[in-house]
Design a protein around this ligand. Structure first.
Ligand SMILES: Cc1cc2nc3c(=O)[nH]c(=O)nc-3n(C[C@H](O)[C@H](O)[C@H](O)COP(=O)(O)OP(=O)(O)OC[C@H]3O[C@@H](n4cnc5c(N)ncnc54)[C@H](O)[C@@H]3O)c2cc1C
Length: 321
């Protein structure tokens, strides 16, 4: 699967990440983590808190999957609204999910502070605006629900938005407690942190097959060498679909651009995160060195990047708007 086309921004911010060897012998461990993206890195972090003997492998370089392309928005309110979560899972579990996202943003701050190199974790407020005037009613209902369960939110009417921002919308939820970071620095940093605690890492090492053996797993890699482990964690991101198909999963294409440095962010208070009620949604953030990242315009999976330049221009027009 081709993950990304075009030039990635985050790897430029960390020109000399740690390199790890490929597997050249048969090895053993307690837990094998397959995939060195944000998810695999975090699993390693928690396992190494308990001194578990861990090996992590990645078929590319670590953080070479979607963690090198993602936008680094860390949001309590997410793709599935609290209203939708309560519909799907019931009140208690829906609210619990939102409490966990809040806890996760805090936890990522704590972990970021323990890394040798800062992943540029910055707390941000967040504007979630009504893309169309007709969305304002359900947005207000979502605000009331979030407030009822103690989430730090305010509701902005059109006049409140116009007073603070350089654009106008019918309404918006303005929330505290979100954050942004550099996902590439974070993933590399967490893996380096786990390596310091004794984790072994093999890059360019693809898991191609596995079988149950002696109450654990024997995992085969592309080099012909095996890894015997008691447990394995598959943290293979979007490629998990090729190992264990989920009939409900849909892979689509998404686009994002990073601008040149911008002199001032007039009409954009505190560099807050900005996104909207439309689906697919547009999302916008700033970077520490004064650039703007904007993403969105998702569409059914494209096999080639023929439409990239058109998408770039559309995203630029959206920021200007
Ligand atoms: C454009 C874009 C923007 C996004 N923005 C955000 C955002 O703002 N905030 C957010 O929270 N999320 C965002 N996401 C989602 C984001 O991708 C995930 O949050 C996160 O980066 C996924 O991490 P992961 O570890 O699950 O997957 P990945 O980073 O893709 O890691 C999976 C790893 O598994 C390896 N692998 C796969 N198969 C094998 C195998 N057989 N053997 C060995 N290794 C294997 C791959 O090489 C890869 O390195 C965005 C995604 C995209 C595409």
């Amino acid at each position: 699967m081709i993950f990304v086309t075009g030039k990635l921004y985050w790897p430029e911010t960390l020109p000399a990440p740690s390199l790890y060897p490929a597997l050249t012998e048969d090895v053993k461990c307690d837990v094998l983590i397959i995939g060195g993206g944000e998810a695999g890195a975090l699993v390693s972090y928690y396992l190494k808190q308990h001194d578990v003997d861990v090996i992590l492998v990645d078929k590319r370089r670590v953080s070479g999957g979607s963690s090198s392309a993602n936008t680094g928005l860390l949001q309590i309110c997410n793709d599935k609204t609290l209203t939708a979560c309560m519909h799907s899972f019931g009140e208690q579990k829906g609210v619990r999910f939102y409490e966990l996202t809040r806890q996760a943003v805090d936890e990522l701050e704590k972990i970021s502070g323990q890394l040798d190199q800062s992943p540029d974790y910055i707390r941000r407020e967040c504007l979630y605006y009504a893309s169309e005037p007709a969305d304002a009613e359900s947005l207000r209902a979502e605000y009331q629900l979030l407030k009822k369960y103690g989430f730090p939110v305010m509701y902005f009417e059109r006049a409140d938005i116009e007073k603070r921002f350089s654009f106008s919308k019918e309404g918006a939820i303005y929330s505290k407690g979100d954050a942004e970071f550099n996902p590439y620095k974070f993933t590399n940093g967490v893996i380096a942190h786990s390596v310091k605690k004794g984790m072994r890492v093999y890059e360019n090492t693809e898991v191609v097959h596995q079988k149950v053996q002696d109450g654990g797993l024997l995992v085969y890699t592309n080099s012909g060498h095996t890894i015997a482990c008691r447990r394995a964690v598959f943290a293979t991101g979007y490629e998990a679909q090729s190992m264990k198909r989920n009939a409900n999963a849909v892979i689509s294409s998404s686009y994002s651009i990073v601008t040149n440095q911008v002199e001032a962010f007039t009409g954009w208070p505190h560099g807050c995160l900005i996104w909207e009620t439309a689906r697919p949604y547009l999302y916008i953030r700033t970077c520490p060195e004064g650039r703007v990242i904007v993403g969105g315009l998702d569409e059914p999976l494209q096999k080639q990047d023929a439409s990239s330049l058109k998408k770039r221009d559309q995203l630029l027009a959206k920021i200007q708007e």
